[in-house]
Design a protein around this ligand. Structure first.
Ligand code: SF4
Ligand code: F3S
Ligand code: FES
Length: 252
């Protein structure tokens, strides 16, 4: 049983308390840490044993809910999936970048969800339900076209690691494009055209400069940049076919 001493440096901020309303760093030392402990558990220990005012978001603690995205040693990740042995015994923890900080590690996710909502992230099919009352069928090959993007848990690790998004928060961002991809390439859905037109606009896919930070940041190992590339291609094809109408200077 290893018994490590681990130093945490945590970026904190409380807009409601004068003197703490600007970001500042605070250090904490934990002893009795195992290499297989998770960063989330250690943040709990700090909160429970040393400073109850430390604020963070989490729910499932098992990489499913997507609520504990944070920057750990400069890399976006879910704190519940990162082991101490993966990040060493000096650990810097910050809120994800590009969204307003509410308190400590908690950011305002509303701008992120506004982008998500803007791409029609839901299934559209106005045909009557098949008469036998069964599912709308599709082949395995058709399912494979969007299988990867169904895994997204909306954690925001990708969007908040993207320099294009940091530079311009109006960019819809990789997560919203992943969500749009999941429906655009579903053969049972009927609103691909609308979504492609939305993403062909000024703050859509063309703000992606293929910087590729988003893909390694994804805790679900979704091929984010590949999905964005497929949407870009579909928009270009849609223009040739007259389905996509928006023409904008950002296309290249
Ligand atoms: Fe998170 Fe990956 Fe979805 Fe981005 S694509 S929101 S990183 S799960
Ligand atoms: Fe950003 Fe990913 Fe594109 S990091 S620029 S969305 S490839
Ligand atoms: Fe749910 Fe980490 S707490 S994904």
């Amino acid at each position: 049983m290893a018994d490590l001493t681990v130093k945490f440096k945590i970026r904190r901020q409380n807009p409601e308390i004068p003197g703490k309303d600007k970001p500042y760093w605070q250090e904490f030392t934990l002893t009795g840490v195992e290499p297989t402990d998770r960063v989330l558990e250690m943040l709990h220990r700090i909160k429970w044993e040393q400073d109850g005012t430390l604020s963070l978001r989490r729910s499932c603690a098992h990489g499913v809910c997507g609520s504990d995205a944070m920057r750990i040693n400069g890399v976006n990740a879910l704190a519940c999936k990162v082991l101490i042995q993966d990040v060493g015994n000096e650990i810097m923890v910050e809120p994800i970048l590009g969204l307003p900080v509410i308190k400590d590690l908690i950011v305002d996710m509303e701008p992120f969800f506004d982008h998500y909502r803007s791409v029609m992230p839901y299934y559209v099919n106005n045909d009557p339900v098949p008469e036998d009352g069964r599912e709308r069928l599709q082949t395995q090959a058709d399912k494979d076209k969007f299988d990867d993007t169904t895994k997204c848990i909306l954690c925001a690790c990708c969007t908040t690691s993207c320099p294009s998004y940091w530079a311009n928060g109006k960019y819809v961002g990789p997560a919203a494009i992943v969500q749009a991809h999941r429906f655009i390439f579903d053969t049972r859905d009927q609103a691909a055209k609308e979504r492609l037109n939305i993403l062909a606009e000024e703050n859509g896919v063309w703000r992606c400069r293929t910087i590729y930070n988003c893909t390694p940041a994804c805790p679900r190992e979704i091929q984010v940049t590949k999905a964005i590339g497929e949407v870009k291609l579909a928009i270009q094809r849609g223009k040739t076919d007259g389905i996509v109408k928006v023409v904008h200077a950002h296309q290249h």
